[in-house]
Design a protein around this ligand. Sequence first.
Ligand SMILES: [Zn+2]
Length: 211
Amino acid sequence: MGFTVALHTGKGMSTDSDPLACDMWRQGWFSLAHACPSPNFGPRPPKACIDLIVVHSISLPPGSYGGSNVQALFTNQLDWDAHPYFQSIRGIEVSAHFFITRKGVLWQFVNCDDRAWHAGVSTYRGRDNCNDDSIGIELEGLEGDTYEAAQYLALADLASHIGRRYPIAYIAGHEHVAAGRKIDPGPGFDWGTLRGALNHPLKNYLPSQEK
Ligand SMILES: [Zn+2]
């Protein structure tokens, strides 16, 4: 259990006698993610059934990897004048629950019990407004570019932990929940690779067109 050390150094940890000390979660915050709280969130609707994981891609500026611009964007601290591309998104307030870097490093911005602002106008499994009842995971990447093995592994591991805390029954891309409007994570994302990394039953929850 290599996780034990991380758990017992977590903020707000209880003593070893606390049964919750074995939990990987702290009220919607995942213990193994770097916490970087975003102000861009709100409450979920009462009785929301959080059964969907939405996979995205992002890089700022697009195609530029590394650095901390994504973290800055999600915390409303991006310097809009630092790059010409940023003018096109100046002032937007967005967030995702998680961000996975090219090296597979995991960041968390919003408590999964809360509603992050990642999907926008969307519909999936017969329900609109996917932000209400989904968990958004951004991969550092670009539509059309490929993704790193470390990212598939980190995504699959994260999904398995999410699946133990929330009743996940669907995993889809932004391109599936906002078809015709969004194209991420894009054709470079290999759903078969993700399926191979996922545990049962999550591997059965991918979009039908990706099976
Ligand atoms: Zn997206």
